[in-house]
Each structure stands twice: as structure tokens, then as C-alpha cells.
Ligand binder design. Structure first.
Ligand code: GSH
Length: 123
């Protein structure tokens, strides 16, 4: 219980630090940004606010200027249930990727960031 409170407090401190020190978002032409905004409609991030690994991913989303929907699994039992059923466990962050082939559930913050960089980054 005490450990849980300490973890939550630490996570919230990191989240605040992130908000205060975020890098400026990638600039795109309005046409290009509109295209990216349409593309990310097929993505959603299952996460919770004070999770350091989720903060790392949200920071990358901000840097890459990606308006991806976030789904808080602590606040919404339906998202928790979806995650558990489809990804096989309640572990966040998890990126849900919708395509014609169905849903893909990507766990691991580093893999998610690498995927977003590769798909939406400049390099
Ligand atoms: N290696 C994973 C670690 C993710 C992780 O440990 N997430 C924690 C939250 S910070 C979690 O989901 N724990 C399960 C739970 O809290 O129920 C990553 O980088 O994504």
C-alpha cells in the first residue's frame, strides 16, 4: 500500500516535470498535419497518467506532434478489460493499431516510440 502511494507520487512528479519541460512539437504544413491527424485516428494509447513508461511515450507523441487518443485504464474499466482480453495482460503503455487486417496491440514503450518515430518522424 505504502509502496503504491510512493509510486503514484513519484509518477505524478515525473508527469509534472514532463509537462514543464516538453520539447516543441514537430512542425508540419497544415496539409501534412491534417493528413497525420487522419492517420492517427487508427491508433490509441492504453495507459495511465502517472506511469513513467507512459509518460515517456506521451512525451514522444508530443514531440512528434501526434494527436493520438489516450485511454486511461485506471479510470475506465472498459479499457482495462479490452487491454486484458486483447493484449493478454494489463500492462501499459500499449499502442492499439487498427488496420484492414484487424487490431495489433503493441506493448513495450521503446517499441512504441520506435514505431512512431519510424512512421511519423523526419529521419
Ligand atoms: N518494459 C515495459 C514496462 C511497463 C510497465 O512496467 N508498466 C507498468 C506501469 S508503470 C504496468 O503496467 N504494470 C501493471 C499494473 O500496474 O497493473 C515498458 O517499457 O513498456
Amino acid at each position: 500500500m505504502l509502496l503504491k502511494i510512493l509510486r503514484e507520487g513519484l509518477g505524478r512528479t515525473i508527469a509534472l516535470g514532463d509537462r514543464l519541460t516538453r520539447p516543441s512539437p514537430l512542425k508540419r504544413s497544415s496539409q501534412e498535419q491534417a493528413r497525420v491527424a487522419r492517420e492517427v485516428q487508427s491508433l490509441s494509447l492504453y495507459q495511465f497518467y502517472a506511469c513513467p513508461f507512459c509518460i515517456k511515450v506521451r512525451r514522444a507523441m508530443h514531440r512528434l506532434n501526434l494527436p493520438i487518443e489516450t485511454r486511461d485504464v485506471n479510470r475506465h474499466p472498459v479499457y482495462r478489460a479490452e487491454l486484458e482480453q486483447s493484449a493478454g495482460k494489463v500492462m501499459v503503455p500499449c499502442l492499439r493499431i487498427e488496420s484492414d487486417q484487424g487490431s495489433q496491440w503493441m506493448l513495450e514503450s521503446s517499441d512504441i516510440i520506435a514505431y512512431l518515430e519510424q512512421r511519423f518522424g523526419t529521419a
